[in-house]
Write a protein that binds this ligand. Structure first.
Ligand code: HEC
Length: 444
């Protein structure tokens, strides 16, 4: 029997050099297949792009000085405010594997609502108040005091959390075994418990663009910064108060290197390559998104190549305004916008394999757009420029000039015929086409 095994084709193959090479290649091939096979959970659940429709309800009408938006612009603002592109899973992963850094469910602890802005610079969501008691699972979540607008599908957008830009989703992994193990008191009080990688939290928290970009409208600031109303808020102003150390390292000792790294980012700034770890400390402020048209007019011409051309709307030659300090918009505005969704955790199943998150020290691999195509996530799918782009529209229109308080609605931005003219001129063409070409003189 033994003899027979030793001379089996498999044994013979192992002994020969060619055989070993073949097996190595086969294993490598299997690895490559596994890489190709990174599948996001929406797809794993058989959900289609049509299961994630853009929502046309004007849910944030009072924001941005009450500007009147077209239906497409409304969809765009909703995307900006609520669409988390499936990244709730990534932030849950970070809560478990992020070395005790960010845990957004703890960030939402309602007992801290009255000091949230002062501590973290985050914007309390209007229509909520601090909860008098935890929910049935012992989780302290802000309590809604106003009806949330109807027509917003929680399976797509989650539900409002009490912090602008954070959306709550049930955690599908929270089964009866997880429920049995769940101890809310320990979750809030015992680092051994909340830092345990195997802990299954009852909720996941998704992050929308609004989390870092919404803040107080400078011409209509709130009477109490801890209790703004929607008409005190601007979608495009940028959160100039965001405190990275309080958001990304809330439970860390002041003596830890990571805390100090985060604390070194000035309020209102963040190193956008913090997670993807380019090993450069490069915090920059959440810019107000003003004058995008004129900025494109002053842009320089760049030539695109390779996988970049797989981005939807990408042209071989594009106008690039070079706004992002780490050069992330070198691919043009469309690519830069869709990239942000990836950078904040969309399709983390792939993204996490492309670098060693937070820590670095390993080579980075490109996040291939073609990979998304294989997965059918281009065109109508989530996080794709078509979805993201409308979110520029309200910013682009209203960003030209903050309205003055007390100006009647009919004279506000949006009803100004010149601005409507601009809007008409800009809408049908892609942003790249709005700028006159100005060739960049490259120094060889
Ligand atoms: C965690 C914080 C954070 C989130 C969430 C975030 N951003 Fe940003 N954003 C920043 C920072 C910081 C900058 C400034 C970066 C720089 O200048 O290099 C920025 C800059 C930008 C700009 C350029 C602004 C300008 O001057 O015109 C755009 C556009 C933008 N972000 C889009 C998005 C989109 C789209 C999303 C959602 C998918 C998003 N951001 C989510 C932090 C964030």
């Amino acid at each position: 029997m033994k003899r027979l095994h030793q001379n089996s084709p498999a044994q013979r193959m192992l002994r020969s050099r060619a055989g070993r090479t073949f097996i190595a290649l086969a294993l490598f091939g299997a690895g490559a297949c596994a890489k190709r096979d990174a599948v996001d959970s929406a797809r794993a659940q058989g959900r289609q792009p049509s299961d994630f429709p853009e929502v046309a309800v004007d849910a944030f009408q009072a924001m941005d000085g009450g500007v009147t938006l077209t239906p497409d612009e409304v969809k765009g603002r909703n995307t900006w405010m609520m669409w988390t592109a499936g990244n709730a899973e990534f932030w849950d992963w970070m809560a478990r594997y992020g070395y005790g850094t960010i845990d957004l469910l703890r960030t939402l602890d309602s007992r801290g609502r009255s000091t949230r802005f002062a501590r973290m610079g985050l914007v309390n969501e209007p229509g909520f108040r601090a909860a008098p008691r935890p929910d049935t699972l012992g989780v302290w979540l802000d309590e809604p005091v106003e009806a949330t607008p109807s027509g917003i599908d929680p399976r797509v957008y989650g539900r409002a959390s009490g912090i602008v830009g954070l959306r709550l989703f049930p955690n599908p992994a929270f089964d009866s075994a997880a429920a049995k193990r769940w101890n809310a008191d320990r979750y809030y009080g015992d680092p051994n418990y909340y830092n345990d990688r195997t802990l299954v939290r009852p909720y996941m928290v998704g992050m929308a663009c609004a989390f870092c970009h919404v803040s107080y409208n400078p011409v209509s600031p709130p009477a109490d910064p801890e209790n703004p109303k929607w008409d005190n808020l601007s979608t495009y102003i940028g959160n100039q108060y965001f405190r990275a150390s309080a958001v990304f390292a809330p439970a860390m000792s002041e003596h830890s290197f990571v805390y100090q790294l985060m604390r070194a980012m000035r309020d209102g700034t963040l190193d956008t390559s913090l997670l993807a770890t380019d090993d450069v400390f490069n915090p920059s402020n959440m810019n107000g998104i003003f004058n995008v048209g004129p900025r494109l007019a002053a842009a320089t011409e760049e030539h695109m190549a390779g996988g970049t051309l797989n981005l939807k709307g990408e042209q071989p030659v594009m106008q690039v305004p070079h706004i992002l300090k780490d050069g992330a918009d070198g691919v043009g505005i469309l690519g830069a916008l869709s990239r942000v969704f990836v950078n904040i955790g969309e399709f983390h199943q792939e993204w996490l394999r492309d670098h060693n998150v937070l820590v670095g020290g390993t080579p980075q691999h490109p996040f291939e757009v073609a990979q998304l195509r294989v997965l059918g996530r281009d065109r109508e799918s989530r996080g794709e420029p078509r979805q993201v782009l409308p979110s520029c529209r309200p910013a682009r229109e209203v960003g030209r000039r903050p309205k003055r308080q007390g100006v009647p609605h009919d004279r506000r931005v949006g009803s100004d015929p010149r601005q409507n003219g601009l809007r008409r001129a800009l809408r049908p063409v892609s942003l790249e086409q709005t700028a006159p070409s100005r060739r960049r003189s490259h120094v060889a």
